[in-house]
Design a protein around this ligand. Structure first.
Ligand SMILES: *Cc1c(COP(=O)(O)O)cnc(C)c1O
Length: 509
């Protein structure tokens, strides 16, 4: 961004001698830095840091933040990512010093509240999943997938079936599914979708067998469609001795409505940072707990939060109270998969979210999310191709095929949306839809906001017919136009390099 529209880098601001405030000279005896830090760690020259006034710093970062799009700024229909509004009360609770200032090495007796929160959050997630126990340790959805697959592996090995080395994954799956399976040492076997956008049951029958370790499925799938044959699918996979893994990263359509455990799934991961109120998109921290059925519980990672009764002598009356503790004594456990216990403050937000919504509120989340998606789908299908014309769940996928015939791609449409201060939908995913536009409005938008998006999408469809060349150069009103995405990915320049133009620098390399 160097030099763009008069927006300098922090390193280019300021002047020698400028500063925020000066502390008075120390008037108590103190040891100097030189005394405290060994010679070899001391710089010989000061670092070339910019010197700025407080106001310059505040302005710089405030202006920078205003160039970013977020759910707190505008509509964000990024399918598969559930960019819903996260109520601020959950942020407030996560910032309580009693949570935020905990140290992971504190004695258990001093963190009973935190352990109770983890214990109860596990219970709530198990109830939502319809399964027995859970671990909160995984730091993201993909990490949950890897952990879940490690449990599946440990399960088969414990039964003398370690030869099962294939994981079946539909062609509509999120990219992390095959990646996690490969990371876990499995061969990935793809199964095709039917023309209705569901797993093709006949194709599935052909690929299951004695080498099947399991099937990974997203339901509703990435097309936003519910797998109506899920009970048959479960019978087929279990009949062959495999297990069923549920990718519940986006559980917005099923909360309190149906439970993966009841559909036959043995392992489920949730993304607390998508469905359960942690802002995301900037790379973390996240949390991807997994819930499992009873016979997978012994393999869960350590530690597991447990509860026991402890007798206390309160004012001479013997009483039993709950005591929470971390259980490491689990001989069949796959071991530790994360430092300490997971991303605790994400758990606090999810716990607060679940409690503040309550069972009825969570159901309403799903009803509203599904209603909003179907409303948009019904209003947009005249202007854009809808490859799978069925009632959708929390999201749906349009195709820009019709516009492409006129030279306008899904990318052009996505870029044009930015001019209207809306985030683009997910594009070119799932891979089975040509020129895919994957739209997830979420439950937190008003009808007026949905109508505005509809108007904009219809206007863009008209533009695609009348002036396609205009769309090909969009966006016009953003800070930067079309970036060279390949260059940015292949040669990221993430360090200040003495004021040299970043793009030129990347090209040089
Ligand atoms: C986001 C997502 C994931 C991966 O979650 P991360 O937290 O980004 O690792 C997996 N599956 C689906 C369907 C997702 O939408």
């Amino acid at each position: 961004m160097a030099g763009q529209k008069n927006f300098p880098l922090l390193m280019e601001l300021g002047a020698p001698g400028r500063r925020a405030y000066l502390l008075p000279e120390l008037d108590v005896p103190n040891r100097s830095l030189e005394e405290l830090i060994p010679d070899q760690y001391l710089r010989s020259e000061p670092a070339p840091l910019p010197e700025l006034s407080e106001l310059e710093v505040v302005r710089h970062f405030t202006n920078l933040s205003r160039r970013n799009h977020g759910i707190d700024v505008g509509f964000y229909p990024l399918g598969s990512c559930t960019m819903k509004y996260n109520p601020k009360v959950n942020e407030d609770l996560a910032s309580y010093p009693g949570f935020a200032s905990l140290h992971p090495y504190q004695p258990e007796a001093t963190v009973q509240g935190a352990l109770q929160l983890m214990y109860e959050l596990e219970e709530y997630l198990c109830e939502i999943a319809g399964l027995e126990r859970a671990t909160l340790a995984p730091a993201a959805g993909a990490h949950g997938e890897l952990t879940g697959l490690m449990l599946i592996k440990a399960y088969h090995e414990s039964r003398g079936e370690g030869h099962r080395d294939e994981i079946i994954i539909p062609d509509s799956a999120h990219g992390t599914n095959p990646a996690s399976a490969a990371m876990c040492g499995y061969k990935v076997v793809e199964v095709a979708s039917s023309e209705r956008g569901s797993v093709c049951v006949d194709a599935l029958r052909k690929v299951v067998g004695p080498k099947t370790a399991g099937l990974m499925l997203t339901n509703p799938n990435t097309l936003g469609l519910f797998e109506e044959d899920i009970l048959t699918i479960s019978e087929i996979v279990h009949g062959a001795g495999g297990l069923l893994y549920f990718d519940g990263a986006n559980a917005n359509a099923i909360l309190g409505k149906c439970r993966p455990g009841d559909m036959g799934f043995d392992v489920v991961h949730f993304n607390l940072h998508k469905t359960f109120s942690t802002p995301h998109g900037g790379g973390g921290p996240g949390s991807g707990p997994i819930a499992v059925r009873e016979d997978l519980v012994p393999f869960l990672p350590v530690p597991v939060v447990e509860k026991r009764q402890k007798s206390v002598d309160l004012a001479g009356t013997g009483q039993n109270i709950d005591e929470f503790y971390l259980d490491y004594d689990r001989p069949l456990s796959i071991g530790k998969i994360k430092g300490f216990y997971g991303n605790f403050l994400v758990m606090v937000r999810a716990y607060a979210y679940i409690l503040s919504m309550g069972p009825e509120g969570l159901k309403q989340v799903s009803e509203d999310a599904v209603l909003a998606a179907n409303y948009l789908m019904a209003k947009l299908k005249s202007a854009y191709e809808l490859p799978y014309d069925r009632i959708c769940k929390h999201e749906f996928v349009l195709s820009a095929k019709r516009q492409k015939a006129n030279g306008v791609t899904a990318r052009d449409i996505a870029k044009r949306l930015l001019d209207y201060d809306m985030h683009a939908p997910t594009v070119y995913f799932p891979l089975i839809v040509e020129e895919a536009l994957m739209i997830e409005p979420t439950e937190t938008e008003t009808k007026a906001a949905l109508d505005e998006f509809i108007d904009v999408m219809l206007a863009i469809a008209r533009e695609a017919e009348e002036s396609p060349e205009k769309l090909q150069k969009a966006p016009y009103h953003t800070v930067v136009g079309r970036l060279d995405e390949t260059l940015a990915a292949r040669h990221p320049v993430v360090r200040w390099q003495g004021g040299k133009d970043m793009e030129a620098k990347a090209r040089d390399e």
